[in-house]
Design a protein around this ligand. Structure first.
Ligand SMILES: Cc1cc2nc3c(=O)[nH]c(=O)nc-3n(C[C@H](O)[C@H](O)[C@H](O)COP(=O)(O)O)c2cc1C
Length: 333
């Protein structure tokens, strides 16, 4: 599922794991490193209805290994949506069984997101239908440790998904009820790994390159998925790639100037490809993460919120990055 030479991937994140951000991360990697990415959650029903909000979520960058993260609970809609989405040439699909947001759990006619974890038979039916319709297409599930933390439920859920033909399991080691309120339970990676014969990708609270390599090795994982850690440090995957060669980068993982250039390119590309409104919204979101623990970060964020055009935004970034700022605190997500 993930390239054996680089089994680390960028997590699906609503409004954040869009094609521009993925492309900029890819540009940080040493030449020849092939890495996998996940789209933000996509409702296959919106694809069938050709809703415009998908403009940002469907494009696959040239040569990119992209898995679409599907947000639905109905096998027929999922299969029909997959058929349409295959036109874009993704590497495969991934069913979202982890989103804990209440409005998503309660909406619609069928369970979606982490609510699906109370319906293992339904998830097995989705996996079976997807693999029956497209046997050669990769289909995995992304889960938490249940709606509430319950290991028996977790193991039974995974067993059913595996028997149904899921190609891999991505495990965010928290329950739905935990949301992000407690640290991810990494020890569960080892527990689950012992019980599975399909690949297991571990996810949750992995924020340094050193930790990413160590966690994979400690629990015998087939891969590691990183989300927020890559928003705070977009160069984290490059640092992992160097660490794997046995020659870790000297600190910092990303220089101050590189961070500035990354951010400015982000603004230019978003503006060109998706227009100023989308650029402004996505820039505000990204600024929040990039500035965690940084001296004057709040003021910078406040200024970014006032920007009205790409030129305003670029001037604010250029001004903020003129002098390096101190990292006040260790980054705690
Ligand atoms: C802002 C935000 C948006 C997210 N959107 C999605 C999503 O669309 N689909 C999904 O499966 N998970 C989504 N997640 C969960 C992440 O993929 C990941 O499982 C979680 O953040 C834990 O990994 P991390 O600690 O490396 O960030 C989102 C998380 C965050 C913080």
């Amino acid at each position: 599922m993930l390239p054996a030479s680089f089994p680390y991937c960028f997590a699906p994140m609503d409004n954040l794991s869009h094609p521009v951000f993925r492309r900029l991360i890819n540009a940080t990697l040493p030449i020849g490193t092939r890495m996998a990415y996940f789209s933000p959650a996509i409702n296959p029903n919106s694809v069938l209805k050709k809703r415009p909000n998908l403009k940002e979520n469907l494009p696959v960058n040239p040569g990119e290994i992209l898995y679409y993260n599907l947000m639905h609970g109905d096998p027929d809609i999922i299969v029909a949506g997959m058929e349409k989405m295959l036109e874009y040439n993704p590497a495969g699909f991934n069913l979202n069984c982890g989103c804990p947001r209440a409005k998503i759990r309660k909406s619609g006619m069928c369970p979606v997101g982490v609510a699906l974890m109370d319906y293992p038979e339904r998830v097995a039916a989705i996996v079976t239908a997807a693999k029956k319709s497209f046997p050669a297409v990769h289909f995995s599930i992304k889960i938490r440790a249940g709606v509430r933390h319950n290991l028996e439920v977790l193991y039974d859920f995974c067993r059913q998904a595996e028997d149904a033909g899921s190609d891999a399991i991505i495990f965010h080691a928290r329950s739905g009820e935990d949301q992000f309120k407690r640290p991810a339970r990494h020890a569960l990676f080892g527990e689950l790994k012992q019980r599975l014969s399909i690949p297991l990708i571990g996810n949750g609270d992995i924020i340094t390159d050193e930790q990413a390599v160590a966690v994979k090795q400690k629990y015998g994982l087939n891969g590691v998925m990183i989300g927020r850690g890559a928003l705070v440090t977009p160069g984290i995957f490059r640092a992992i790639a160097y660490r794997l060669t046995g020659k870790p980068l000297s600190q910092p993982v990303m220089s101050w100037i590189e961070k500035r250039d990354f951010f400015m390119q982000f603004v230019r590309d978003m503006d060109n490809e998706f227009g100023t409104d989308v650029m402004l919204r996505r820039t505000k979101l990204f600024a929040r993460w990039l500035c965690i623990g940084l001296e004057s970060g709040h003021t910078f964020e406040g200024n970014i919120y006032k920007a009205k055009t790409a030129d305003d935004t670029l001037a604010i970034i250029s001004n903020f990055f003129e002098k390096p700022k101190r990292q006040y605190s260790e980054v705690i997500l």
